[in-house]
Write a protein that binds this ligand. Structure first.
Ligand code: RP5
Length: 164
């Protein structure tokens, strides 16, 4: 079964990256979770990426803070899609990680989500897999419909309370 690899630069990133793990689990998508750093464990990170496709990995989610090079370093080693999650783990509130992750040079894309946007990273990964998995696409459609329904219920509730 196709898998998503979730990689984080430090164990201290887990609280936020857990949102990606939980979202994949909600859709029943298989995942591998690793703590690997572009700076502290470059050889292990490279080995993990180089062998990922043969294990069934179809996209990476990479979360890192500060000088966040993890997503870009992974993208440099694979042609699988890489989704970067800039994390708020510094005095600069994640702006450092956002710029480090999003400002990739031409020819080397990383799909960057919002600061701490781990859940959206997982949803995007699900959408990638859903392109070739009809059952997953159906689950995703249902998730979207449920979300729309909830917003419209709130519209009724709040509109009802304030519009007389
Ligand atoms: C980054 O530095 C990690 O992704 C983490 O967000 C940040 C701090 O790491 P620790 O010093 O807490 O291990 O590389």
């Amino acid at each position: 079964m196709p898998k998503i690899a979730i990689v984080m630069g430090s164990a201290s990133d887990l609280d936020v990256m857990k949102r990606a793990i939980d979202a994949l689990d909600r859709f029943g998508v298989e995942r591998e979770v690793r703590v690997l750093s572009a700076h502290r464990t470059p050889d292990a990170a490279r080995e993990f990426v180089k062998t990922a496709q043969e294990r069934g990995v179809r996209a990476f989610i990479a979360g890192a803070g500060k000088a966040a090079h993890l997503a870009g370093a992974i993208a440099a080693q694979t042609i699988l899609p890489v989704i970067g999650v800039p994390l708020k783990s510094s005095a600069l509130d994640g702006l450092d990680a956002l710029l480090s992750t999003v400002q990739m040079p031409a020819g080397m894309p990383v799909a960057t989500v919002a600061i701490d946007g781990a859940e959206n990273a997982a949803l995007l990964a699900v959408q990638i897999l859903a392109c070739t998995d009809a059952a997953l696409a159906e689950k995703y459609e249902k998730y979207r419909q449920d979300m729309t329904k909830k917003v419209l219920e709130k519209d009724m509730e709040i509109g009802g309370a304030f519009n007389g």
